[in-house]
Design a protein around this ligand. Structure first.
Ligand code: GLA
Length: 724
């Protein structure tokens, strides 16, 4: 990688007679612009469409006739506290002499060109009095307009400095109104959107759950500027923190009516002591801006994820049969051997053995025992996991396994052997989430143990092809017997987890792993560097999944979303399969209880999915009809050459005579080409209500549209669009 460092700055005399140094970050469509004021404050003056003339950015601040700023810091690029500041800070510290003040000034900046697409701007700041520095990192991805921003904090004081707040990024946006879309939820109720107009003061999105941090709300959000953005219209910023623990996103509509976004690790109970010359790195805050609505923003983020972040984002995924919904904890070797045959019969790639395969003194026959004791249960699996892996390959399918290695049940050998490895208060009673406690991953010995659990499975079973990594509990009674600084636990836990995942990936770089957290309690892009996919929700009712998967799709590509067909929900099997197809499809059903036609349908559907999956996983996604405001949902994927597309349509309202009344306008096709539209994935013995001989132009399909004829008798319809 060629590293060329150069100074990117423009010295200009502004109309209001101060000298400003401008530091622009330019991407394909946008510009993020910083300014160094005369007294060396670094301010964010612009995030918007890029200008034709770079030397005009300096004119921007002078065009706002807003009320005064008593501090000179309202639009600070990284607001320090304890001196002039009056608003929410990005950083707050106690120096080694007990002083709480900080006033950061510009020192220097440079730009490293990492590749044709990626640049890294570093802006170095230092306190005006103390030997204390912050370096801001702004990593820009030109093609996708995505920015990742974080900081590194260090000092050379005589003793330690306490970091009381240490945000990753501090944005300042200008508009006459800001609309926040946020998500809330709980188990089986993930990703419920809410939109509201931001008013003055601070709106906070946060988590204090430690692990499973997204259970009540994730860090992902959208800010529409001026008016609520729609799918194809409006200016909208997406943001999210790349961090799998406590987060805090403060959105402060300031006295000048600008929006300050201060995003980072939650400083709740997390003061961090930093020794001299130690470097504290904050996680990346990820954001993308679109002028053309939510759809474009999501395509940018999905493309970025596949190209730069998600593990194996350009590769393939495995279809699978899972046994959790089908057997729960109640299985044995014979039953599993039979399910392996069913896996083959169904035609999917892999069998995934779920919870319940381990623990002997404390057998894992329910969720109240066994976590931590990762030896195969001798009664259920007398010849161990190895013979299952062997049997799987003899049957012609791959084999994967469930683990929850960060957790322990009090009813386990591990708990009794290593009570000091468990997060709990030494002098208080225990409090459980799903009868379990969290292991202290801030402790390197625990990291070694967790690494060893998963690495051991791979070492003993070199053909192991898939891991489902679960995390079913939050952190109560946050206390580490290991850490000297008790308030480091929430931060060191997450870094300990990443340390384990990194070690695993160094040794086993490509084995697919699913990130699960009792459903969708954990997904974020720091974790997805190590995982190929995530489990959006334990709620697999397909009607619910239409909504849940729809909302996740704004932030994550479909290939990263595991979607299984189960017995949840009252819809026809075809509906369930069609919904699972819009992501990474799997099954969790009792195959030998399927009727002849149901089995035939599933087998054919696996074949159909194999034909379509490349478009679904790697194509551009367009949301055509929103289930929140219509009787049906319609979602489209188009391949990069615009030769093939798939549209999934699902009825979401069961009232009398609801149907797709009007044609659905397609998106992303080439207007000048001709396309044949045909219905695929039909249930055996049914005829399509559509004329598969029709060939229409892209122009027609995008301007007038096409009616999938969704109604009570055709509740889900999958269309394949192919260039003639
Ligand atoms: C969590 C997961 C489920 C299943 C169970 C097993 O709830 O989300 O998919 O694996 O654990 O206990």
């Amino acid at each position: 990688m060629k590293r060329s460092v150069f100074l990117l700055s423009i010295l200009v005399f502004c109309s209001y007679s101060t000298i400003a140094q401008i530091i622009p970050v330019i991407t394909r469509q946008n510009a993020l612009v910083f300014q160094v004021s005369q007294n060396k404050d670094v301010q964010m003056i612009y995030l918007g469409e890029k200008l034709a003339n770079q030397d005009e950015y300096v004119q921007i601040p002078g065009l706002y006739n807003q009320s005064g700023d008593y501090t000179g810091l309202y639009n600070s690029a990284y607001t320090s506290s304890g001196t002039r500041n009056l608003l929410e800070p990005a950083i707050s510290v106690t120096h080694s002499d007990g002083n709480n003040s900080l006033d950061l000034e510009y020192v220097s900046h440079d730009v490293e060109k990492i590749s044709d697409d990626i640049s890294l701007l570093k802006i170095t700041l230092k306190d005006r009095v103390y030997p204390f520095q912050v370096t801001m990192f702004i990593k820009s991805y030109f093609a996708e307009d995505v920015i990742e921003q974080w900081t590194e904090i260090s000092h050379q004081e005589k003793k330690g400095v306490i970091l009381r707040k240490y945000a990753s990024a501090n944005l300042s946006l200008k508009s006459n109104a800001f609309y926040l879309t946020q998500y809330h939820g709980d188990w089986a109720k993930e990703m419920r959107p809410e939109e509201s107009k931001l008013t003055h003061g601070i709106k906070t999105l946060d988590s204090k759950l430690g692990t499973r941090a997204n259970l009540f709300q994730p860090s992902f959000f959208m800010i529409s500027m001026g008016k609520p953005a729609t799918e194809d219209e409006g200016e909208v910023l997406y943001g999210m923190l790349e961090w799998s623990g406590n987060f805090k996103i403060d959105m402060e509509l300031d006295p000048q009516d600008n929006l300050r976004i201060i995003a980072g690790i939650n400083n709740y109970a997390s003061e961090y002591s930093l020794a001299a010359n130690q470097n504290f790195k904050t996680p990346a805050f990820l954001y993308v801006l679109s002028k053309n609505g939510k759809g474009e923003a999501s395509r940018k983020i999905q493309t970025w994820a596949r190209d730069h972040k998600l593990l194996d984002g350009k590769g393939n995924r495995l279809t699978l049969l899972n046994n959790w919904e089908a057997t729960g904890f109640g299985f044995n070797e014979q039953k599993l051997f039979a399910i392996l045959k069913d896996t083959k019969k169904l035609g999917v790639d892999l069998f995934l053995l779920d919870d319940g395969w381990f623990g002997n003194k404390y057998p894992r026959n329910s969720d109240n025992a066994g976590l931590g004791d990762w030896q195969a249960n001798r009664e259920k699996l007398p010849t161990g996991v190895a013979s299952l892996v062997k049997e799987a390959s003899a049957t012609g399918v791959k084999f994967g396994i469930w683990v929850e290695p960060e957790m322990v049940n009090p009813a386990s050998n591990l708990y009794h052997q290593h009570p000091d490895w468990v997060i709990k208060q030494p002098n208080r009673g225990e409090y459980y989430f799903r009868n379990q406690l969290v292991l202290d991953l801030s402790n390197p010995k625990v990291q070694d143990f967790v690494f060893g659990v998963v690495d051991g499975l791979f070492t003993e079973n070199p053909d192991l092809a898939y891991i489902k990594w679960d995390c079913n509990a939050v952190i109560y009674n946050a206390y580490s017997a290991h850490l000297q600084n008790k308030s480091h636990l929430y931060v060191d836990y997450v870094n300990g987890l990443y340390n384990v995942l990194k070690r695993l990936r160094d040794k086993h770089p490509t084995v697919p792993m699913m990130l699960c957290s009792g459903g969708g309690g954990r997904v974020d892009y720091a974790a997805l560097q190590y995982f190929t996919e995530f489990w959006p929700s334990d709620n697999t009712d397909p009607l619910e999944r239409v909504f849940i998967q729809w909302e996740y799709s704004y932030f994550f590509p479909s290939m990263s979303m595991s979607c299984h067909v189960t017995d949840w929900g009252r819809q026809p099997l075809k509906y369930k399969v069609d919904v699972a197809m819009m992501g990474k499809m799997g099954f969790d059903i009792v195959v030998d209880r399927l009727s002849e036609n149901d089995l035939k349908f599933c087998q054919q559907a696996v074949g159909t999915y194999n034909q379509l999956k490349d478009i679904i996983w790697h194509g551009d996604q367009y949301r055509l009809v929103d289930p929140k405001s219509n009787d049906f949902a319609s979602l489209m994927y188009v391949d990069s050459l615009k030769q093939k597309a798939v549209i999934f349509n699902y009825l979401v309202n069961n009232r009398y005579d609801v149907r797709s009344v009007c044609p659905v306008k397609m998106k992303g096709l080439n207007p000048d080409r001709k396309y044949r539209v045909q219905e695929v994935n039909l249930y055996p013995g049914t005829q399509s209500a559509l004329d598969s001989q029709k060939v229409l132009s892209g122009d027609f399909l995008m301007r007038v549209g096409y009616n999938p004829r969704v109604d009570g008798s055709r509740q889900s319809v999958v269309l394949l669009i192919e260039e003639e």
